[in-house]
Design a protein around this ligand. Sequence first.
Ligand code: PLP
Length: 396
Amino acid sequence: MLSKDMVQLGSRRSTIREIFEFGRKRAAIVGRDKVYDFSLGNPNVPSPDSVKNAILDILDHEKSTAVHGYTSAQGDDNVRDVITRSINKKFDTNFTKDNLYMTVGAAASISICFKALTNPGDEFITFAPFFPEYKCFVEQGSGGKLVVVPADTENFQVNFLEFKKRINKRTKAVIVNSPNNPSGAVYSEDTILKLVSILEAKSKEYGHAIYLISDEPYREIVYSGVEVPYITKYYKNTFVCYSYSKSLSLPGERIGYIVVPSEMDNFKDTYAAVCGAGRILGYVNAPSLFQKVVAKCVGQTSDISIYETNKNLLYKGLIEMGYRCVEPQGAFYLFPQSLESDANLFCEKARKYDLLMVPGDDFGCPGHVRISYCVETQQIINALPVFKKLAEEYKK
Ligand code: PLP
C-alpha cells in the first residue's frame, strides 16, 4: 500500500505549475509572443559571467575527485569560511563556518529547519500571503501543523492582531519571508521589532524558545534602497534560510545555506539537529561544484536592476488602468486585487486572452492574483494592452 499523501501530492501539480504547462501548450499553438505568462518565479536574468568563469576555473585547476566528490555533510570548510566572512562584512555579524550549513536551496533550508524542530503536536505560524510549499514541508514533511495568520492587505506587513490570537504554547516557530513572495513586501525594522518583542515575551511565558525561520531567497532584490533587516541581530533564536536561486539566477543548480547563530538557545544540539534533519531527508551534502562556485562569486548578484524596470512599468501601467495594488518593495512579484471577488474566476477570464496569473488563494490570500515579472521587459510592454482589455471587460 502506497502512502496516500504522497500519491496525492505527486499526482496533483501545483496550481502554478499547471498554469505554466497550460502556457507552454498555448505557446505551441499561438506563438510564444502571444502568450503573456506571468506564472513562474524563474529568473529571466542570466547569471553573471563570474559564475561561468568560476566553473571553468574550478574544472581547470582543481582535482576532479575534489570537485565532484562528497563534501562533509555541512559543506566544504573553506566554502563555509568564505561565505560567513562575507555575511559578517555585510551585516556586521560574528559568524564562523560552524554557524553555517550548506543546503540544496531555500526549499531544503526551510524543510531542514522544520524537520530539525518538530515534535508531535508542534505548530508553525506563517503570515499570509505565504509560499504554498510551507504547508507540505511542515505537515507532510515534518508532521507539524501550519497555522496561517490572515494578511494585512493594507500593506502586507504582519497582522499583529490576528498573530496574537494564534500564538500559543504549541507554537514552535514563526516563518517569515521578506522580501515576500507573492506580495513583494519587505518587513520594516518596526515590524521586526514588534514581532521579536512578542516572541520574547511568549517564549518566556511558555518556558520554551519560539524560533524564527527567516526564508530569504530574495534578500538582494529590493527597490529604492529599502533595507532588509538581518534578523539574527534582533532575535538570537533565528535560522536564516538563504538561497542563490534568485540572487545569482541559479535555481536549477540547487544551492543555498542555513545560518544557525551560536547565541541560539542550546546551539550545539540545534546545529546537530540541523545536521540530523539534512541526513534524514537524504541530502547528504549540497552540490560540491556549486558550493565552490558560490564561494568564488560571494557578494555578487545577477543584473537584478531589470526587475525594478519591470516592476515600475507594470505597477504604473496597472494603477493607471484602475487596478489596486500595494507597490512592491522587493522580490519580483506584483500582487494586485483581482477585479472580481473570486480570483480563480478572474484568472480564468484572463486566460481567454492568454494572460496567465496565479490566484492568491494558494498563497492564503483570496481576492488577489500573483503576477511574476521576472520576464523579458518586452513581454510586459506587450501585455499592458491585454491587462487593459481585461479591465475594460469589468467596466462594462
Ligand atoms: N521560499 C520562497 C519564498 C520562494 O519563493 C522559493 C522559490 O521560489 C523558495 C523558498 C525555494 O527556493 P529555492 O529554489 O532556493 O529552493
